[in-house]
Design a protein around this ligand. Structure first.
Ligand SMILES: Cc1ncc(COP(=O)(O)O)c(C=O)c1O
Length: 412
């Protein structure tokens, strides 16, 4: 088999299962799982109805490029959402079977396997970028996302000789796990570097529609490119998804949009790869992209949850409401794995240790000492989880005080 497969790391949730394997929650206490970024709000009926009414379409092969109707719908959505004058549905948009497969396969289409390519990857972050780079025979070049750098991608840490090997940069905005949204000046710097060194930017915008202020939606890559007066989204592709926006992770529906030349090559790759979207999924996706009412309601529910629990959780695990997305990225007292296990054993709440999402940069894992808390469950469950997190935090604090007192006594 392909020896590169050996380089792939276990997925964070496998590591979490191993971590909690020998532990148990308190007897009788229902477990609340806030570890996985899987939406739990119901899929809107306009999506399920469109899917159910298109069963008759299964008798034909779908085109890899999708229907004109779907590409046109996505192009129109992009133009409205980001205030773009023109998105060409024929050449600048492709449907994909969830953004994950596209984020992965894009690297296979983009990178020269015979080259000495590096791929810039934010860490802690979504593990697919790393797997995509490794399977394309490239070298991941991790950049640490930390509170010290305001959760920005510290591109100034990459040296000139490293930039010369970079062929692809993954960005994630709104970020997983921090929720940070890239600012216009960061896009300007990134595009400037892309012009200088010729690399492609793959912008993962899977959380773009989960934000709390209706008047201030997150800036997108295409929008930044347009506002900066760049032509035709040169060397930029963005990845969008219905999974979080429309609570439909099982639909496996998203898009890639941007530079027409890159998309033409990607379409060729995808034709061989065999990743055409099922006709029923295409019909359901058209219905989802055309409707904003359910998305506004979805945002309202997340905003309600952040408002209900952020400050109480922050009292024991320092954190603040993110720019966007549905995660709290919170500091732990001491080791994040030990904390996650303790919280499970004492409170029956599952959160994801940040170190599982991180890779070492200069010998330090920037995810260590944090946990990712996904506010995906319903409000009452999220409130209950917060109550248990606070209780566990108080126990930690009184244990720490007792240990300090005992130490002070013994050293007298
Ligand atoms: C940052 C990020 N990108 C992409 C995805 C993939 O989403 P999907 O394949 O459902 O579109 C996820 C899923 O959790 C994610 O967290």
């Amino acid at each position: 088999m392909n020896p590169l497969l050996q380089k792939l790391q276990p997925y964070p949730f496998e590591r979490l299962r191993t971590l909690l394997g020998g532990s148990a929650p308190p007897p009788g206490l229902p477990v609340i799982d806030l570890s996985i970024g899987e939406p739990k709000h119901a899929t809107p009926t306009l999506v399920t109805t469109a899917l159910a009414s298109s069963l008759g379409t299964l008798s034909s092969y779908p085109k890899t490029a999708g229907t004109d109707e779907l590409r046109g719908t996505i192009a129109a959505w992009l133009a409205t959402r980001y205030g773009l004058k023109c998105v060409d549905a024929a050449t600048q948009v492709l449907p994909v079977c969830g953004s994950r497969e596209a984020l992965f396969s894009f690297a296979q289409a983009c990178l020269d396997p015979g080259g000495d390519a590096s791929v810039v990857i934010p860490t802690p972050g979504y593990q697919i970028y790393e797997g995509a780079a490794l399977m394309a025979g490239a070298r991941p070049l991790f950049v640490a996302i930390t509170p010290e750098s305001g959760f920005r991608m510290p591109l100034d840490r990459i040296r000139e000789e490293q930039w010369r090997r970079v062929r692809l940069v993954y960005t994630c905005s709104p970020g997983n796990p921090t929720g940070y949204v890239m600012r216009p000046d960061e896009w300007r710097v990134l595009f400037g570097l892309s012009d200088r060194y010729g690399f492609v930017v793959a912008s993962d915008e899977c959380y773009s529609e989960i934000y709390s202020d209706e008047r201030n939606p997150p800036l997108g890559g295409l929008q930044a490119s347009d506002q900066l007066g760049r032509k035709d989204f040169e060397r930029l592709v963005v990845f969008g998804s219905l999974s979080k926006r429309s609570n439909a992770p099982g639909l496996r529906s998203g898009f890639v949009a941007g530079d027409a030349g890159l998309l033409a090559a990607f379409l060729k790759y995808r034709t061989y790869h065999g990743s055409a979207m099922s006709p029923g999924v295409q019909a359901a996706s058209v219905a989802a992209w055309r409707d904003e009412t359910h998305v506004i309601d979805n945002r309202r529910r997340y905003a309600e949850k952040f408002a209900a629990v952020t400050s109480s959780i922050a009292a024991v695990l320092p954190t603040s409401a993110p720019d966007a997305g549905f995660y709290l990225w919170a500091r732990t007292p001491g080791d994040d794995c030990a904390y996650a296990r303790r919280l499970f054993e004492q409170g029956g709440v599952i959160v994801l240790p940040g170190s599982f999402l991180g890779r070492p940069v200069d010998g330090v894992n920037p995810g260590a000492g944090f946990v990712r808390i996904a506010l995906v469950a319903d409000l009452p469950e999220v409130r209950e989880a917060a109550r248990r997190i606070v209780q566990c935090g108080r126990t930690d604090q009184s244990n720490a005080t007792a240990a300090r007192d005992a130490h002070a006594l013994s050293s007298k």
